[in-house]
Design a protein around this ligand. Structure first.
Ligand SMILES: Nc1nc2c(ncn2[C@@H]2O[C@H](COP(=O)(O)OP(=O)(O)OP(=O)(O)O)[C@@H](O)[C@H]2O)c(=O)[nH]1
Length: 679
């Protein structure tokens, strides 16, 4: 059972309190005086952590401090109790109070915080915590007052220091207490205020004893109290009440004197009515105590504004619980988001690349523990998450597994001090693995290569010839369009380009290419290059057409030959086998495969099959990944294709215009791959 819970401002004003005993006032006063009001002692944050138990005599005090709102939540209980749920309880009521009344508290000119409705939530939380605790079999130890040592006025730490001038001394109430009770009394004392300037902030003190007990219980309690031999200020009213009760009885025992009946003079001091003389008094008290144990009137109802105690409706309790649960859920989510943001900004400081994705990755690696050498087991869960992430980015599974294995290999045996360190390390390693995979071993400077072949510095040493590029790929991936984009780029550099209609198979393919060339000619006439179409119609052997075109280009001193080819399924044996002959006849300097960024798991097989289709001596020289503008961050096909072949990506298509082609950027791709998946 908690002795006291108080919600206090940093200035010592009690906003809300619930008490079951007076003794804890001393504990709280001392704590507030010494920790928050005195300037001579170190700030509590240097001496005590939130929620760390503070032991004062036979009491334990726990607190949380919500700095943004200047609020302190304090709970006091007897040290003999083992309240396993106290941390959670304090966290919950803190979150609930801040959510419900935080705005009021923050208003600088508002002198009254209307938080009376908090009673219900508090009671519900307390009940649920105690019930949960009991369900789990954690019954608090029963104890008697005799088990306690006498209250020790020597406080632990600095709590026993004398109060400062102007600050009220410990264990003295500043605001008048309407009723005091001993700790053994089951009756709750009324709410009181904490020292210092409560002003109008306080809720009016409530007669908690009245709130807590049913009428019948109060009556019994008064009867029991009257049996105490000790004189108290309450004695007279109790007797009066007894008298009133006896008058109401329909049949009374007649009093006799010397065998003569005497009239009832209404004397309430009648010995027969004095319960203290009743032989069954001890039994009655025991019975009452048992009946009062855990009795809490607020469980069945609440007092209305007109002073009447109204019974709750059946679903009232549930609705309080539901409201509390939804507030707590929201507070938990906010807290988690805040923590994740902190991890993100910390990690961002250690790795500049992934900025926006830190939060996301922080969650992914949360099971990896820092401060020790990383083992395969430590990393396997994080790597599984990373593998799933790469799959979401459209990386083919076998490529994703390879990337994750490489990261694991890189990190096993390494050590970092903190979780954030591990987090940053995994991301850095992942970034490095992807970079390494996507970065070509040889840098390609296409224009320089073209110049070296088509425009050698001395014609006497080497025979001049056109630089030949052929474009291959499955149907509809954008071969003709991207060939045209390359042509457009070459025209900007004033090259003379021959475009070859190597797709002699699909009807319309030649005309389509002719349209592209016509368009490009306009550009050539504007910028100064030249572009022509070489075509032999349909049904011809593409390899022969290509060889003839190259010969023609050589004779006509074209700088570059761009050969379009028919689209083919990578698993169409007949069409794929013709590529070997094509390569032999056309002798291309570069065979570029156009692959779609849109392609799924088929990307690996497509790339592999095309790469081996040109014979033992020859493979693909590079990829153009088209339609990158359509996939957002899902650029995993790039990884799959490079993983499958080891062939570099040279260009990416980013739209349908001739200018929509870019050199491939590894940094761009890695950022997209490591960013959180698009919503
Ligand atoms: N959004 C977008 N569309 C593209 C891109 N590249 C090509 N396309 C479009 O893809 C469609 C097919 O392009 P083509 O160049 O005809 O494809 P192909 O591979 O030559 O087709 P086949 O000759 O039938 O095999 C066209 O509508 C193009 O405009 C790109 O980078 N982005």
């Amino acid at each position: 059972m908690l002795d006291t819970v108080e919600i206090i401002t940093e200035g010592g004003v009690v906003l809300w309190s619930r008490k079951n005993g007076e003794a804890s006032d001393f504990v709280i006063n001392s704590f507030i005086n010494d920790t928050f009001l005195r300037e001579t002692v170190p700030s509590y944050s240097e001496s005590a952590a939130d929620n760390a138990p503070v032991s004062v005599g036979r009491h334990t005090l726990r607190f949380t401090h919500v700095r943004g709102f200047g609020l302190i939540f304090v709970a006091v209980y007897k040290s003999l109790l083992h309240l396993s749920w106290i941390d959670k309880f304090l966290d919950n009521i803190t979150a609930l109070f801040v959510s419900l009344y935080g705005d009021q508290v923050k208003k600088p000119n508002d002198t009254y915080v209307r938080c009376k409705g908090f009673d219900k939530m508090f009671d519900q939380q307390l009940r649920d915590m105690e019930a949960e605790n009991k369900t789990m079999g954690n019954h608090e130890p029963r104890f008697t007052e005799a088990e306690y040592p006498p209250e020790d006025s020597t406080l632990s730490g600095n709590l026993g220091e004398p109060p400062l001038p102007g600050v009220n001394p410990p264990n003295k109430k500043l605001v008048g207490t309407e009723h005091t009770s001993t700790e053994t009394s089951p009756i709750a004392t009324p709410n009181t205020s904490r020292p210092s300037s409560s002003g109008g902030l306080l809720e009016p003190p409530m007669p908690a004893a009245v709130e807590k007990l049913s009428r019948r219980a109060r009556k019994k309690l008064n009867q029991a109290a009257s049996s105490e031999a000790v004189s108290s200020g309450d004695e007279a009213p109790l007797r009066k009440r007894k008298g009133a009760t006896s008058k109401k009885q329909g049949k009374k025992g007649r009093r006799w004197e010397n065998g003569i009946p005497i009239e009832d003079d209404g004397d309430d001091s009648s010995a027969k009515l004095d319960y203290s003389d009743n032989p069954s008094d001890a039994e009655t008290k025991a019975h009452l105590n048992a009946a009062l144990e855990g009795l809490d009137a607020s469980q069945m109802g609440a007092r209305n504004t007109d002073g009447r105690f109204a019974l709750k409706e059946l679903d009232d309790e549930d609705s309080v619980r539901n409201q509390a649960n939804s507030i707590l859920k929201e507070a938990k989510e906010k807290k988690a988001a805040k923590e994740a943001k902190e991890v993100e900004s910390q990690a961002a400081a250690t790795s500049g690349l992934l900025g926006a994705g830190m939060n996301y990755f922080g969650g992914m690696f949360k099971n990896v523990v820092g401060g020790k050498e990383l083992t395969k087991d430590d990393l396997s869960k994080a790597m599984k998450s990373m593998e799933d992430h790469l799959l979401k980015k459209n990386v083919a599974r076998e490529a994703a597994v390879r990337v994750c294995d490489a990261v694991k290999k890189d990190l096993v045996g390494t050590k970092t001090a903190t979780f954030e360190g591990v987090n940053a390390k995994i991301r850095t390693s992942m970034e490095q693995v992807l970079r390494k995979m996507l970065t070509p071993t040889d840098s390609l400077d296409l224009l320089r290569e073209i110049d070296a072949v088509a425009k050698p510095p001395t014609t006497s040493l080497r025979q001049r010839r056109p630089y030949v590029i052929s474009i291959v790929g499955v149907n509809g991936v954008g071969k003709s369009t991207n060939l045209s984009k390359i042509c457009f780029f070459l025209l900007q550099n004033k090259y003379r380009v021959l475009v070859v209609a190597g797709d002699t198979f699909r009807s319309g393919a030649v005309e389509q290419l002719a349209v592209h060339v016509r368009n490009l000619r306009e550009e050539a006439s504007r910028v100064g290059g030249q572009v022509d179409l070489y075509q032999k119609g349909y049904g011809k052997d593409a390899a022969n057409v290509a060889r003839a075109a190259v010969a023609h280009a050589s004779a006509e001193a074209y700088d570059v030959v761009l050969i379009d080819t028919a689209g083919r399924r990578h698993n169409d044996q007949r069409l794929m086998s013709s590529l070997e002959k094509f390569a032999k006849f056309a002798q291309p300097d570069k065979i570029l495969m156009v692959g779609e960024a849109l392609v799924g798991t088929d990307s690996v097989a497509q790339a592999r099959n095309f790469n081996v289709a040109f014979g033992k001596e020859r493979g693909l020289d590079g990829f153009i990944i088209s339609k990158c503008d359509t996939v957002g961050d899902m650029v995993g096909a790039l990884v799959s294709i490079v993983h499958a072949t080891g062939v570099p990506i040279l260009f990416v298509g980013v739209g349908q215009h001739y200018s929509d082609i870019r050199s491939f950027s590894v940094k761009w791709a890695v950022e997209k791959l490591l960013s959180p998946p698009d919503a």
